[in-house]
Write a protein that binds this ligand. Sequence first.
Ligand code: ADP
Length: 162
Amino acid sequence: MTKTAIYPGSFDPFTLGHLDIVNRAKTIFDKIYIAIGENGSKKNLFTAKERKLQIEEIFKDDPAITVMIFNDLLVDFARQVNVFTVIRGLRAVSDFEYEFLMASTNRAMEPEIESVFFMTSDRYSFLSSSIVKEVASKNGTYLSHFVTPNVEKALREKFRPM
Ligand code: ADP
């Protein structure tokens, strides 16, 4: 039986921390749907389509990964693709409260949903998309520590002085 899971997130942009979680999840799941949330209330740097292309480029040689965009609630997306296991990453204790809230809310709406948490490597425990955007907006030199080369390039282009 193929074990499939959804890894939902904003991925604005996808970082080496996200990549670390995907690589850990791959030791347990055969197939992973990376699901980009198109959240209208959140102001994103990259459009969902740009993020999809960036993540597809990262996993272009990996048949285990499929990248998708979803606009609905995660539970509705889960029903749509008929996958009820959700992967999330945990960094510090500070992530716990939000993740607990999300997992409980999802379960209240769809009892079949099971959330699975992976702890990131120490070296990415500080890393977030917001930090990456902050660094990119000031000085692109250090971006290779945080993101893949294609995302680094996209960030440099976004923040290139006019
Ligand atoms: P969201 O807006 O849904 O939180 P993110 O793209 O910020 O989307 O994060 C998606 C998931 O990846 C979340 O579970 C988050 O905790 C996790 N994550 C983000 N950065 C890291 C990291 N550096 N290490 C491990 N997990 C991470």
